[in-house]
Design a protein around this ligand. Structure first.
Ligand code: KG4
Ligand code: ZN
Length: 335
């Protein structure tokens, strides 16, 4: 396998239908994402059955576009990678089955990719000069994990959420405030207009290890707004967001210090948050660490990260058997 070997990646774990071609695990030749946000918005969250049906309709045009934009034909590819967990089972099965079918027809190896591992690789895309170890904050709608990455495929999970994921808290608070779905970008926008010091929301587990808890914060937002119905929504959004960021940055700092990290990366949908990105850059400045901030489009779900992770997995473990299943509750393997 040469360094420029292009891998086709497919991502269908939740409500984004995505396909991408990535060469050598880091050069993004194309990355097409078709979001289903409009289909789910009226229900206030992702409806699994609607998501699977939409993936079925969207996947072929999306993958055709990704090949066209990358300027490659199937015989140029070295593998087809697809997310096989964690995620919604019906949605995962669409991507996994499509990838296997393509591999049979195109006579290519199939690579099953862990969605969480893929988010870690998003931080490495277009950033070849990473000095390990780094601490990665994987902060999405389904997970909040602190990971020590000592090299590709070599991770130690340092902490995670005990209840809600950070993105889930953003979505629930936004829903309560009537800001719509998905909540993260809506709170991000409202927070920019509010005062982050207006309300002192709690910062949970600050001096208790590297785990997180966000469900108490969500409850205290609800209680506060019910008690003070006249409060400015922009101040609530800004104060809530600041509480989440303070906890994340505090624990990322401790994780970096205790593991002797050379740099910090963030990934997952919440890593697209404007204030969190600023705060992580400030943290790295203060601690003298390299900062690895993926482009916003690489933070939320996409297939470029799947193709990149697939390229590394193919190198380290070889192809996945064609009877590999899809696993809704797949975790990140800690070494
Ligand atoms: O990584 P992702 O696309 O999907 C999962 O694997 O979960 O993350 C989606 C999450 C949602 O909870 C969404 O509200 C949040 O990321 N999100 C944000 C922002 N953009 C997306 N949260 C805060 N600020 C944002 N700008
Ligand atoms: Zn994700």
């Amino acid at each position: 396998m040469t360094l420029d070997s292009p891998v086709l990646g497919l991502e269908t774990s939740c409500d984004e239908t995505a396909a991408a071609v990535v060469a050598g695990g880091e050069v993004v030749m194309s990355s097409i994402v078709s979001s289903q946000i409009d289909l789910h918005a009226r229900y206030g969250g992702v409806v699994p059955e609607i998501a699977s049906r939409a993936h079925l309709e969207l996947l072929v045009p999306v993958l055709a576009e990704s090949l066209l934009e990358a300027g490659v034909v199937p015989s140029d590819l070295v593998a087809v990678a697809a997310t096989n967990g964690p995620g919604l089972i019906g949605s995962l099965l669409i991507g996994v089955s499509a990838a296997k079918a393509l591999c049979l027809v195109w006579e290519l190896p199939f690579v099953a990719v862990n969605h969480l591992e893929a988010h870690l690789y998003a931080a490495l895309l277009d950033d070849a000069d990473i000095e390990f170890p780094i601490v990665v904050g994987l902060i999405s709608g389904g997970h909040t994990l602190l990971v020590s990455m000592r090299g590709p495929g070599d991770y130690r999970v340092l902490g995670g959420t005990l209840d809600d994921a950070a993105g889930e808290a953003f979505d629930k608070v936004a829903r309560f405030l009537g800001l719509g779905y998905p909540g993260g970008p809506a709170i991000d926008a409202q927070a920019a207009l509010g005062d982050p010091r207006a309300i002192a929301f709690p910062r949970a587990l600050m001096s208790e290890g590297l785990d997180f808890s966000f469900s108490g914060l969500k409850t205290s937002v609800v209680n506060y707004v019910r008690k003070h119905p006249e409060v400015d929504t922009r101040d609530v959004a800004a104060s809530f967001q600041q509480a989440v960021i303070d906890v994340l940055v505090h624990k990322i700092r401790i994780a970096a210090r205790t593991t002797g990290a050379k740099g910090i990366a963030i990934g997952g949908g919440v890593a697209a948050n404007s204030q969190l990105r600023e705060a992580v850059m400030d943290l790295c400045d203060a601690e003298g660490l390299h900062v690895h901030l993926p482009a916003r489009s690489m933070c939320t779900d996409n297939a470029a990260m799947v193709a990149a992770a697939g390229w590394h997995r193919l190198r380290s473990d070889g192809p996945s058997p064609l009877d590999t299943g899809a696993f809704p509750g797949l975790g990140l393997l800690s070494t």
